[in-house]
Design a binder for this molecule. Structure first.
Ligand code: PLP
Length: 412
């Protein structure tokens, strides 16, 4: 057994944007005995979680569950719908969008990247990593593609490396305005159950998500929500697929079972998480996240630091990227905060390495858990010698005490 007792006294504050803290209720549910995955109780569990997932994705169509991390569900979305050599249009919002593109290349697809050009003069960071998907750029490119070579448009809904939540309905409108038949594939691995997401209404063909962010589960399961058009595409798509193939899974899911051994204990936790989300109500869940994100930004502004997302219309409700002044190593500050205050913050990813850290405020979080994270950040920034304009903690306190309180969820 590794030493899991490596933290000093008191609880550890996990403020990374996934995995997010797992509620005790879910941990207890996971400790129930593993049952026969072909038995009658399992079928009832399977049917219940599949129906609950449709509500969270806001879809009437199938949601496929994989015993895999989100990366697996990315591959499943591509492998089920596309053929070798197919052209894709992939919008670069940040590190996760880039990783999805690299995967597409490895699978023998031909992605074309569309991104906002240029870099921000103050920070030297790419503009495209500070703003949401620009649907007009997608529309323009699709209009040029009169031969319909592009088979799918891929975008990340909540870009976890930057803290930007893009407008997916606008992407759908852009595809329709261009009169283009491309499929719309969306990664909302970190957005689902924290940010409003509407698979059917937004006309998404495949939505990719995962368990360890807004759904509050440990890592280990991931999802594809699929449209009828995506299912039709999967019948003629020629990329190799076996484990990821939707058809057999969707067929067996009708009775609540899977063709292979599913992740039984994580499905117990999923059932519990779906109950919690339903009890709070999705609109209240989304409002809680927006409220905490706004309080977090109030703190960053009071510190005199820059939020990575530069467009107020697309701030993520899930996490906030905090850009540190040039010359300060953000990872050194993060490490100091971890060692002194037992608080984990998200590291800067890809082009943002060392430039920023990320504060997660998703899933099992409330006013006081956010204040704890901000308190650790403020002390750590000062200890690291970063000049702050004022107290972000006080700004957030004021913001929280004066803004409408969300309906409290009773403790698990
Ligand atoms: C976390 C995340 C992923 C990767 O998911 P894994 O579970 O780590 O494989 C992909 N995209 C986004 C937007 C994410 O937040």
């Amino acid at each position: 057994m590794p030493n899991l007792n490596f933290h000093p006294a008191g609880r550890h504050f996990l403020a990374i944007p996934g995995p997010s803290p797992v509620p005790d209720r879910l941990l207890r549910a996971m400790s129930y005995p593993t049952i026969d995955h072909r038995g009658p109780e399992f079928g009832a569990l399977g049917r219940q979680v599949l129906a609950g997932l449709q509500q969270v994705f806001q879809t009437r169509h199938p949601v496929v569950v994989y015993p895999a991390s989100g990366t697996g569900a990315w591959e499943a979305a591509l492998a089920n719908t596309l053929s070798p050599g197919d052209a894709l249009l992939m919008y670069e919002t940040g590190h996760f969008a880039s990783l999805w593109r690299k995967m597409a290349e490895r699978l023998g697809l031909v992605p074309e990247v569309v991104a906002l050009p240029g870099t921000c003069p103050q920070t030297g960071l790419p503009n495209s990593w500070r703003r949401g998907v620009q649907a007009d750029l997608i529309e323009r490119r699709l209009r040029e593609d009169s031969g319909h070579q592009i088979k799918a448009v891929c975008v990340v809904h909540n870009e976890t490396s930057t803290g930007v939540t893009s407008d997916i309905a606008a992407v759908r409108r852009a595809i329709d305005a261009a009169g283009h038949p491309a499929l719309l594939l969306v990664d909302t691995i970190s957005g689902l159950a924290s940010a409003d997401y509407r698979h059917d209404e937004w006309g998404v063909d495949v939505t990719v998500s995962g368990s360890q962010k807004g759904l509050m589960l440990p890592p280990g399961i991931s999802f594809n929500a699929v449209s009828p058009k995506a299912i039709a595409a999967s019948r003629s798509a020629r990329l190799p697929k076996a484990f990821w193939a939707w058809d057999e899974i969707i067929e067996m899911n009708k009775t609540g079972y899977w063709p292979y051994t599913p992740n039984t204990n994580l499905l117990y936790a999923l059932s519990e998480a779906l109950d919690m989300l339903q009890a709070e109500g999705l609109p209240a869940v989304f409002a809680r996240h927006h409220r905490l994100a706004a309080a977090c930004r109030a703190a960053v502004h009071a510190w005199g630091l820059e939020v990575q997302c530069a467009d107020a219309a697309v701030h993520s409700p899930v996490l906030t990227g905090v850009v540190l002044p040039q010359g300060v190593d953000a990872d050194a500050v993060r490490q100091l905060i971890y060692e002194r205050f037992n608080l984990s913050l998200g590291t800067g990813l890809g082009k943002l390495k060392g430039r920023m850290f990320r504060i997660g405020h998703l899933g099992e979080c409330n006013d006081l858990s956010l204040l704890a994270a901000l308190g650790g950040c403020e002390m750590g920034l000062r200890l690291a010698g970063v000049k702050l304009l004022g107290s972000g903690v006080l700004a957030a306190l004021e913001w929280l005490q004066n803004s409408a309180t969300p309906q409290a969820r009773h403790p698990g």
